[in-house]
Design a protein around this ligand. Structure first.
Ligand SMILES: [Zn+2]
Length: 128
């Protein structure tokens, strides 16, 4: 059995952090962000869907905990871990604010982009 990608619970904070006390399972998943691309994807998926899905019944630490969590734990690459959690929080923040421009026009732009990438893109860019 390989232990290379196994994170032992509370390895870095010894269970002293708030997330460990409330959500031990999610605590481990958040720690796994350090070495496991799947854990990074899970975090980003949660961030993207934070305002769409109801996480109130889920045993997960929310965006309000993420930056503190990043600060409170040791990472193989601290800068990268900070960026991952900061990005996730940023994604949640963007979801909370409605788009400033008309979303109908934005959707039309996206459809044009999808139909003919370079030509449509030039057209869209020129119209602004
Ligand atoms: Zn912890």
């Amino acid at each position: 059995m390989t232990t290379a990608h196994v994170h032992h619970r509370f390895a870095t904070c010894h269970g002293q952090c708030a997330v460990a006390a409330r959500y031990p399972e999610h605590h481990d998943r958040l720690l796994a962000v350090d070495t496991d691309a799947d854990a990074v994807l899970e975090l980003f998926e949660m961030a993207v869907t934070w305002h769409e899905l109801d996480y109130s019944e889920s045993e997960v630490a929310g965006p309000g905990d993420w930056l503190t969590f990043a600060d409170e734990h040791r990472w193989s690459c601290a800068e990268r871990a900070q960026r991952v959690f900061s990005l996730a929080v940023d994604i949640v923040g963007r979801g909370a604010v409605p788009p400033a421009t008309d979303s109908g026009a934005q959707l039309a732009d996206v459809i044009e982009l999808a139909r003919g990438r370079s030509g449509a893109y030039r057209q869209v860019s020129d119209s602004r």
